[in-house]
Each structure stands twice: as C-alpha cells, then as structure tokens.
Design a binder for this molecule. Structure first.
Ligand SMILES: Nc1ncnc2c1ncn2[C@@H]1O[C@H](COP(=O)(O)OP(=O)(O)O)[C@@H](O)[C@H]1O
Ligand SMILES: [Mg+2]
Length: 237
C-alpha cells in the first residue's frame, strides 16, 4: 500500500542555519503519527517544511506518491493538507466567521466555502453561536477549536498540528484530543507535534522522536510510552 506521506532524508533550515539534517518519516492512511522531542529539535521546522513554508535543501516529500517537495502552501491546502501552527494563529481582530473564511480561502468556489462553513457550524455549535464575535475575545480553548476548524475548512485528508495542547487547561486538552480521535475515525490522517508527550503517545498509532534535527527513535505510541529512555528523557521519569 502506498503511504499518504513519504518523507525521505529532508535537510532544511533558515538562511545559513541548517536545522534538519536528514529526517525521514512516513505516514499511512488513517494513522495518527506523533512527533516528540526536546525544545529546538526541529519539530516545528519539520511541519513548516512539509507544508511548503520552507523549501528543503535536499530530500523528497511524496503525498499519495506525488512529488510535492517544491509545492507552495496554497497548493498543499488545495491537495487536502492543512497545517495548524504552534500558538494557533487565528486573526484576533476578525470575527469567528471571517476567520473560518480565511481558513477556507484555498477553496476556489464561494458555494463550497459556504458548505464547509455550514458543516463546521453543525459540528461545533459553539462557533456558530459566536460567529459574529471577534476571535480575540474567545477563551484559549475556543481559540484552539477555531484554529482547528479553520484547518477543517479545506476538508483535509491530512492535518499537521503543531502543539495543539500548548497553554491549555487539562480538561480542554482532553476535549481537543477526543475531537482529534473522532475526526481520525472519520478518515482524516494526522501528524501531531507535541511537548506534552505522554498524552499524545496514548492516542498515537506511531511516533517518532527527533533529536538535534535527526531521527532518534521510531515505534508505536505504546512502545515509546514503555521505552525506558523515552520515559526518562521525555515523560518525566
Ligand atoms: N525563523 C527562524 N529563524 C532562524 N532559526 C530558527 C527559526 N525558527 C526556529 N529556528 C531555530 O531552529 C531550531 C529548531 O527550532 P524548532 O523547529 O522551532 O524546534 P521545536 O519545534 O522542536 O522546538 C532552533 O534552534 C531554533 O532556534
Ligand atoms: Mg515547536
């Protein structure tokens, strides 16, 4: 079976600084794949590179077998990849509805945007109730839900989430992860980057550990949860 995403030997960075030194990952259909690793190990850089925000210097990225190594973010979104950056960049001065329209902007047809918005509102009544409210006045959990819903507007096949739990209360984190599990069961594949490793490893089918811009370990979520070294280094003993 062909992988949804096949990433081979990626070198990537910022200007003269090389951050990723040959990272390889693969993601199969309907998987939740998680990427953990210490601060500064290149997790966010990897997601930015996968989404075309940074062009890799070497290596290849295949999406359903198609070479997308040089594709731009807009094309990625058009092909069904969505990316939710670390720190959830919603537009605080725009309303909830306008934010969702921004999320849907890679969609060409106004009618399709309308349909996507209707299905988001059906799924998340709280966003519909707040649709005319400025996103800046939402709670932390509601902002994360909005960021997530913006990513859902393109009806993605693959979602890239950078630290979705960052700065949220434990109860809200549970809700976000439950939502991820539900959407995954509906056929959306996920790559999730997290510092909060223990929680995400429980729901991940497979996981990678990055260290200093290189692959360090790869196993099932459960395998890494029970790995003594991972426990010691990343799960607080
Ligand atoms: N915009 C940038 N310009 C230059 N260096 C950056 C930039 N963003 C991140 N870095 C550097 O890249 C390295 C990896 O960062 P990052 O991918 O954000 O790691 P992680 O998400 O694993 O914490 C760090 O050393 C960081 O300082
Ligand atoms: Mg990061």
């Amino acid at each position: 079976m062909r992988s949804i995403l096949d990433v081979q030997n990626i070198y990537s960075g910022y200007g003269k600084i090389e951050v990723l030194h040959g990272v390889s990952i693969h993601v199969e259909k309907d998987e939740i794949v998680c990427i953990i690793g210490p601060n500064g190990s290149g997790k966010s850089t990897l997601l930015k590179t996968l989404f075309g925000l940074i062009q890799p210097r070497r290596g290849s990225i295949l999406f359903f077998g198609k070479d997308i190594t040089q594709a731009e973010p807009e094309e990625m979104a058009g092909m069904g990849i969505s990316y939710i950056p670390q720190g959830r960049n919603i537009f605080p001065s725009l309303t909830v509805k306008e934010n969702l329209e921004m999320g849907g902007s890679p969609i060409r047809h106004a009618k399709t945007i309308e349909q996507a918005m209707a299905s988001i509102f059906q799924r998340y009544p709280i966003l519909e109730n707040r649709r005319q409210i400025k996103a800046g006045s939402l709670s932390g959990g509601e902002r994360q839900l909005l960021a997530f819903a913006m990513g859902m507007m393109v009806q993605p096949k693959l979602m890239l989430l950078d630290e979705p739990s960052l700065g949220l209360a434990p109860k809200i984190i549970e809700e976000i992860y439950e939502e991820i599990t539900t959407i995954n069961r509906e056929g959306v594949t996920f790559i999730i980057v997290e510092q909060n490793a223990r929680k995400v490893l429980r729901l991940a089918h497979r996981a990678y550990v990055l260290e200093l811009g290189k692959n360090r370990l790869e196993d099932t979520g459960e395998g890494l949860l029970n790995n003594e070294e991972v426990k010691r280094l990343y799960l607080g003993g």
